[in-house]
Write a protein that binds this ligand. Structure first.
Ligand code: PA5
Length: 453
């Protein structure tokens, strides 16, 4: 298999009144082209800086990683939302399984990677108790440089770092990734004389995985950053050389848009059949939800759009959510994300005479069983009149992951055009942040605090 494929057949074979028809697709085709063109023509402007990230030079990240190689046993990323989910996705997909549990030797000297993306005190305390901060590099990531959760975690970690290594050596253990000019983190970093990486102003949190946000931790832990970007560039090339329904990102967006707007299927379930892609589903959930869930369209009309993303994992969730998917409300479109090849496979041994009932499994492999489960789930859903898309990657590696991330970002941007919403703002998130500032007594938010009380 030479490229990522998107198979839409199980959206087209539904009953006439519940499936996509050629007429619907043909009617949308001009808008799909226009949406794709709008994204491509605006590349690099406004908040579309992400479109050009694959073409940026990763040398600063790689050089930094080379410079500090061997110095730390752990990298701790502090961030939340778009400042964490991309890194978590990369780590699960590209680092060896159970990487943090491996010995330093088995990790080939590469540091362990933890991401602190929540503020549960018990979890935070437990993680800090586990880490030897004298051997830890802390990467604080925040585009705004002011998000309460990340800033609180930073303050706690900084205090402990100071206690562990002394104020004079703090600089060796802290690196910030933030806006080049704005925000508290930038000024703190300047005051402390820290190493800082810029998050380009035109790149929003949820579109930042291929920027310094994802690439600094990736480089530090030895992921193949050049291949990640090369894969994304490859997908950018496909984006430029195909249009309408032939373009995988536009087709993904178009199917979801029609399923929602015309057929009333508002929920987008993403279900990888590869454990390495488990956290891709989380990353996608944020990308789709924050980009498309909007009260107003770009004309200022109240629309309250919100195609709801749901994450699932094959085959685990066949035994959890599938019953609902098969027989519950017909309001979902499914995306299976499979792989053509696993890095390794395990033969299933033939059972002894005592296990005759399991004989059908013996002689197959786990990959064969996995693929059979993916196909049978898609088939059974289609039989029940539930549409699905299937994305297949040649394999999970840095190159194809970069391509997939870019494709899903482009699909989200195209969907934003179809819904005519601003896919790059997040007023709902900001409102929550402001309310937290108010409740925590931040100056300037007194009136809001009173309103909440
Ligand atoms: O995608 C987004 O914009 C948000 O999810 C942010 O990433 C999240 O709120 C964290 O913000 P910041 O990076 O400014 O700390």
């Amino acid at each position: 298999m030479k490229d990522i494929t998107l198979d839409m057949r199980r959206c087209l074979t539904m009953e006439a009144d519940r499936g996509l028809t050629r007429e619907m697709m043909e009617a949308l085709a001009p808008r799909l082209d226009a949406a794709l063109r709008a994204v491509q023509e605006a590349a690099g402007t406004g908040m579309l800086g992400w479109v050009e990230l694959p073409f940026a030079d990763p040398a600063p990240f790689l050089e930094f990683a080379a410079e500090v190689q061997g110095r730390y046993d752990t990298v701790l990323v502090i961030g939340i939302g778009g400042s964490a989910l991309g890194t978590i996705c990369l780590a699960n997909a590209l680092l060896p399984f159970h990487f943090n549990q491996l010995s330093r030797e088995d990790r080939k000297g590469r540091p362990r990677l933890y991401v602190l993306d929540n503020i549960d005190p018990e979890e935070t305390a437990a993680l800090l108790a586990l880490l030897d901060l004298r051997e830890t590099l802390v990467n604080v990531v925040s585009k705004s440089g002011s998000t309460g959760e990340s800033m609180a975690a930073y303050l706690i970690v900084k205090e402990r770092l100071e206690a562990a290594v002394g104020a004079a050596r703090l600089r060796e253990h802290l690196v910030f990734t933030t806006d080049p000019e704005k925000g508290a983190l930038r000024s703190i970093g300047r005051a402390l004389g820290l190493r800082m990486f810029d998050l380009p102003p035109g790149v929003g949190g949820r579109f930042s995985v291929l920027s310094s946000v994802g690439l600094v931790p990736a480089a530090l832990t030895g992921m193949d950053v050049p291949s990640l970007l090369a894969g994304a560039r490859h997908m950018a090339g496909r984006m430029a050389s195909s249009s309408g329904w032939d373009n995988p990102a536009a087709a993904f967006a178009g199917v979801h848009y029609l399923e929602d707007a015309v057929l009333g299927r508002r929920i987008s379930v993403i279900m990888p059949y590869a454990a390495r892609l488990r956290d891709l589903a989380d990353w996608y959930r944020q990308l789709w939800a924050e980009s498309l869930g909007k009260a107003y369209d770009r004309q200022g009309r109240q629309v309250n759009y919100g195609p709801l993303p749901v994450r699932a994992l094959g085959a685990t969730d066949q035994h959890s959510q599938l019953q609902l998917y098969m027989e519950g409300p017909d309001d979902k479109v499914f995306t299976f994300v499979g792989v053509a090849e696993f890095a390794c496979d395990l033969p299933i041994p033939a059972p002894g005479p005592e296990g005759e009932a399991l004989a059908y499994l013996g002689g197959h492999t786990l990959a064969e069983l996995f693929w059979a489960e993916q196909r049978s789930t898609a088939w059974a859903l289609a039989k029940a009149g539930r549409p699905s898309l299937t994305i297949t990657l040649p394999r999970v590696d840095a190159y194809w992951l970069g391509a997939l991330l870019y494709m899903l970002e482009m699909a989200t941007a195209v969907a934003g055009e179809l819904y005519d919403v601003d896919a790059y703002d997040q007023p709902g998130v900001e409102a929550g942040k402001k309310a937290t500032y108010a409740l925590m007594g931040r100056p300037g938010y007194e009136a809001l605090a009173q309103e909440i009380d």
